[in-house]
Design a protein around this ligand. Structure first.
Ligand code: 5GP
Length: 176
C-alpha cells in the first residue's frame, strides 16, 4: 500500500500560506465573536488543526465523523455518520471545515444537518474543491484550492487509510 507512486501536487508551503490566508479571512469576518469550529473527520483533521491555530477569535472545537468513500476512490453517494457533534450549536456561529468537496453530496448533507440545529450562522470552508466532479449544487463560502477531477492524498486525505500523514498533497499515479 505504501509503495504507490506519488506525484507532489500542492506543497507544504502552499498549504501553510493558504491556511494563514483563510485563518485571517475568518478572523476578520467574525471579529469579536465566538466561533464553533466543526472538524469533519477523518480527512480534515490536519487542515482543521492548522486552520484553527490561525484564527484569532475564541474558538471551541467540535468533531463530526462521516464516511462516504468506504476506503475506495469513488464516492458511494451514501453518507454514514460515524460520530455526531458532542454539543448543541443552536445560536452559535458555526464554521464547518471539510477537506475536499467532490460530488458535493457530503457537504450538502453536513450543511443540512447543522442548519437543522439552528445555528446563528453557518460558514463553510473546504481546503479543496473539484468543480468538474460536482453532482449537486454546493455553494461554499471559502475554498483553498480548486483542483482537477483527480484522486489526491496527503495532509489528512487517505487512500485505503494510508497517506494521511503526508505534509503535502499528492496524486497517486499507480492504483492497483
Ligand atoms: P463528496 O461527497 O463530495 O463526493 O465526497 C466528499 C468526501 O469524499 C471527502 O470528504 C473525502 O473524504 C472524499 N474524497 C473526495 N475526493 C477525494 C480525493 O481526491 N481523495 C481522497 N483521499 N478523498 C476524497
Amino acid at each position: 500500500m505504501t509503495n504507490l507512486t506519488l506525484k507532489p501536487y500542492i506543497t507544504e508551503e502552499q498549504l501553510q500560506a493558504k491556511v494563514k490566508e483563510l485563518g485571517a479571512a475568518l478572523s476578520k469576518k467574525f471579529k469579536g465573536e465566538k466561533i464553533v469550529a466543526v472538524c469533519v473527520l477523518k480527512g480534515s483533521f490536519m487542515f482543521y488543526s492548522d486552520l484553527i491555530r490561525n484564527i484569532e477569535n475564541d474558538v471551541t472545537c467540535e468533531f463530526f465523523g462521516v464516511s462516504s468513500y468506504h476506503g475506495g476512490t469513488t464516492s458511494s453517494g451514501e453518507v454514514k455518520v460515524t460520530l455526531d457533534l458532542a454539543s448543541p450549536v443552536e445560536n452559535c456561529h458555526v464554521v464547518l471545515v471539510e477537506d475536499i468537496v467532490d460530488t458535493g453530496l457530503t457537504m450538502n448533507y453536513l450543511k443540512n444537518s447543522i442548519l437543522s440545529r439552528k445555528p446563528k450562522s453557518l460558514t463553510t470552508v473546504a481546503l479543496l474543491e473539484k468543480p468538474e466532479a460536482l453532482k449537486v449544487k454546493c455553494e461554499l463560502d471559502y475554498v483553498g484550492f480548486k483542483i482537477k477531477n483527480e484522486f489526491v492524498v496527503g495532509y489528512g486525505l487517505d487512500y485505503q487509510g494510508y497517506y494521511r500523514n503526508l505534509k503535502y498533497i499528492a496524486q497517486v499515479q499507480n492504483f492497483q
